[in-house]
Design a protein around this ligand. Sequence first.
Ligand SMILES: *Cc1c(COP(=O)(O)O)cnc(C)c1O
Length: 407
Amino acid sequence: MDLSREYFVTHLECGLTGVPYEAGVVHGLSEAGRPLLVRYDLPALRDAVSRETFAARPASLWKWRELLPLADFSNRLELGEEATPILPLARTAARLGARALLVKDEGRLPTGSFKARGLVMALSMAKELGIAKIAMPTNGNAGAAAAAYAAAAGIEAVIFAPEETPEINIREIAAYGARVYRVNGQIDDCGKLVAAGKETQGWFDLSTLKEPYRIEGKKTMGLELVEQLGWRVPDVIFYPTGGGTGLIGMWKAFAELEAIGLIGPERPRMVAVQAEGCAPMVRAFENGERHAVRWDDPATIASGIRVPQAVGDFLILDAVRESGGFAIAVSDDAIAEAVTAVARDDGTLLCPEGGATLAAYEKALRTGLVGPDEEALLFNCATGLKYPLEDQSRRLDRHQPIDWSSL
Ligand SMILES: *Cc1c(COP(=O)(O)O)cnc(C)c1O
């Protein structure tokens, strides 16, 4: 593989105010307290890369390296960030009377979730910038991905998780050598601990969108899906939205792809999917607001989207509105039913957050928010194997006579 590359980052800028910041130095939030976005020399990129440039490379996240923030590509961490498949949910589509229903199955990434995309970039940049210790709050998957890439980078990691975080996530984080604490609170309470300990502990705050590079990693979902669909976008994307990194990242990806001439002005409608027990973006969308009020007492089985408040709220809501999309909430019962149905019908085990996108799609079809002729792409963000599954086993005593007709 040809690893020669040019570095196209020009600067960073505040996502709210547009104030520029220097690249190549450690940054957290902007002075306005909002996420920083990485900016590239897009005219130069337009001359330097083509569809063929990317098509000729192995199907990995790192194929997009000219559109990624590493100054020295040898600082990249690699645990096998393969492109994830887009699978047709043929029987589910037929059951719902839809023309085309697709799912991008992100559960195949390292640590079993798409948090790997964001955290491989954040930790690779942390390594490049000489950061020795990180801390972050997590509902489970982000902490696991951070811990794995921190281990790969030789960076110390301290992780804070709400008490109710699934056991498997806590154990996985510890297995990678990170120190993990269960905290009697929600993810934003954990985030406050990370901020509060910064001075005495000297760690870097790797919270969602509080450092600039997770968006760049998550952006590769947008780049990848466009290439996989033959350099076009689907009609509508259903994204399970917590902190919104992926939705914001994909929206940025489409803009960059257009600016460098790889797609036209067409965009998918972006749908932010949340759970009825934690739907701050849906409430803000419906109230016509650009910033979302914290959701009190959040509760849902879809832990990845149990995020009561997001620092990038306006970036999520702007993208949803600009795209002509919408925000929609679904019940935990509908989520569980969707997971069960698609596993049986199409052989794909969604995580609850992925199930939420299917439940939202069904609801949107029923209420006419999407049409049966629209091509919809759902996101399954983690492997269903990381979540508790219902015990549906039966017992068989091999020492007793077996009534074969009853099996
Ligand atoms: C983190 C997470 C989400 C939410 O992703 P954001 O980009 O932070 O909104 C959805 N599903 C799963 C499984 C997650 O781990």
